[in-house]
Design a protein. Structure first.
Length: 506
């Protein structure tokens, strides 16, 4: 390998010299209750090797049976991706030896995938406005996931340098769908952004279909990123494959850094080696894995223990009719209904807030209020806890209740924040938190006038300014009253009483 193999070229210079061609292979774990070919549960996070049986660990004499829900989910995915659905297809054995595959072969689909020739349109913001890229889908096929290896005793978490390896077969046999794009040319400098946008849109689509939780941090959606470069007008170059990239940000960074690496390599007289690469989150760069310059012979042959899959046209059309609204169409509808900008909508999508905000609006909250809470207090809390917005304890019904109390004058905005602080901390529902924390608005005139008198006595100069007509100075007195009442006074009423007391009008 060239000594320049890991050097990087400036990105702008790289895309001025070379045209990138990308391709993405995305693996989606289906959210079925049982595995692809047996009845073992699929719950994430269970104790190692407690969700296994003779079928998924390949004991002699065990017989697989196809999970019908997995087939249905795959067809729905294919239809949502505008694919052709095969009227007849079958599984094959992909033979290879690796410890995470207990049978020494993987049941997959080879030359007869269930879904082929589809596409997914993605929108990428540019300086010239939104640009649509059509990502063509080559195939969507079914297979089973492998187990999980943990390499211990080394510094990198990889097998090289480890003292020993542990294998957990709980994941082995979980339904895994692979979505493979055709090569994607013509993206130019936007290649990293297009790659990220595609995986994000694919994730949104899978989530809307309800076929997977698509949590990249848990491995239920992961992506292999292929990159090759070519000089304008010349054939595509040798590609590299960065394996198991597990976040949207990392998909973008993996494409970006690989364009920089390959450009530096080619301009220094080296050649790109066809290989797998490992992406490192800490550095944003990848390192060499294993060479793929020799074609691997997996000795595919039809799986003898499984009958072919032959979905009827009637069933396919029933599934097509049951598809939910596409995420892109939903975004366009909500954006028009809410009257928000492209940037605001993209922010909601990027923070995974769109669905919870839509649910909150549907529950009866004004969209501006729903966005204020979810994009403010709740987004900060979710970030601090490292979880998604939908995993927070707060629910749309809680926001409805709080907004109702604010309108009725029973809560101030500051008190509402204290209520949600308690709800998020697990102190109970809205009314329970209010009772426990004693959050009651101070609104009787006598109490408020007493607090106003104290504030005026403490700030006589401010009182003189207000009395002389400088109404803007009233904020200092209102603030003092709010502080004295621990934020439980009605600020608007305090201001009105103050001005009335001093004989000043707005």
């Amino acid at each position: 390998m060239s000594a320049h193999a890991d050097e990087l070229m400036d990105y702008d210079q790289a895309v001025s010299l070379f045209e990138p061609v990308i391709g993405l292979e995305t693996h989606v774990e289906l959210g079925t209750n049982s595995k692809m070919f047996c009845s073992c549960p699929t719950e994430f996070g269970a104790e190692a090797n407690t969700q296994i049986c003779p079928v998924c660990v390949g004991l002699p004499g065990s017989m697989p049976v196809v999970n019908a829900v997995a087939v249905e989910s795959t067809i729905r995915m294919g239809l949502a991706l505008n694919c052709d659905i095969a009227s007849w297809c079958r599984f094959a054995r992909k033979n290879y030896f690796y410890p995470d595959m207990p049978k020494d072969y993987q049941i997959s689909q080879y030359d007869e995938p269930l879904c082929t020739d589809g596409y997914l349109d993605v929108i990428v913001p540019t300086d010239d406005g939104p640009q649509v890229f059509r990502i063509e889908i080559e195939r969507v096929h079914m297979e089973e996931d492998t187990g999980k290896l943990t390499h211990s005793g080394g510094d990198t978490g990889r097998i090289h340098g480890a003292d020993y390896s542990l294998v957990d077969y709980n994941r082995a046999g979980i339904p895994l769908i692979e979505i493979v794009t055709k090569p994607i040319p013509g993206t130019g400098a936007l290649a990293p952004v297009v790659a990220r946008a595609y995986v994000a849109e694919l994730r949104n689509l899978m989530r809307s279909l309800g076929v997977s939780d698509v949590r990249m941090e848990e491995g239920s959606l992961r992506c292999d990123v292929n990159v090759s470069l070519a000089k304008p007008g010349e054939p595509w170059g040798t590609r590299s494959e960065t394996k198991n990239v597990n976040s949207l940000r990392s998909v973008e960074r993996a494409v970006h850094s690989e364009i920089e690496r390959q450009s530096a390599l080619l301009t220094s007289g080296g050649r790109v080696v066809q290989e797998t690469r490992h992406f490192h989150e800490d550095t944003g760069r990848s390192t060499s894995g294993r060479s793929k310059e020799q074609a691997e012979d997996y000795r595919y042959f039809p799986e003898p223990d499984l009958v072919p899959v032959a979905p009827s046209l009637e069933w396919i059309e029933q599934l097509r009719a049951s598809l939910p609204e596409a995420p892109a169409a939903k975004r366009a509808r909500l954006q028009e209904s809410w009257g928000i900008t492209d940037f605001e909508m993209q922010t909601l999508v990027n923070t995974d807030a769109l669905d919870v905000i839509e649910e909150t609006v549907a529950a009866g909250v004004e969209q501006s209020a729903a966005r204020k809470w979810w994009m403010g207090e709740f987004a900060r809390s979710a970030k601090e806890q490292g979880i998604e917005l939908s995993q927070l304890r707060v629910r749309p019904a809680d926001i409805v209740r709080v907004e109702t109390l604010i309108r009725e004058g029973a809560l101030t905005d500051k008190m509402a924040r204290q209520v949600f602080e308690g709800v998020l901390a697990g102190e109970g529902d809205v009314d329970s938190v209010i009772a426990q924390r004693g959050l009651v608005v101070v609104s009787d005139d006598a109490s408020l006038l007493a607090a106003i008198d104290e504030a005026l006595a403490a700030q006589p100069d401010v009182a003189e300014k207000i009395a002389s007509g400088k109404v803007q100075a009233a904020g200092a007195i209102v603030g003092a009253v709010m502080k004295a009442t621990q934020g439980q006074a009605d600020a608007a009423k305090v201001r009105a009483l103050l001005l009335e007391k001093l004989g000043v009008s707005e």
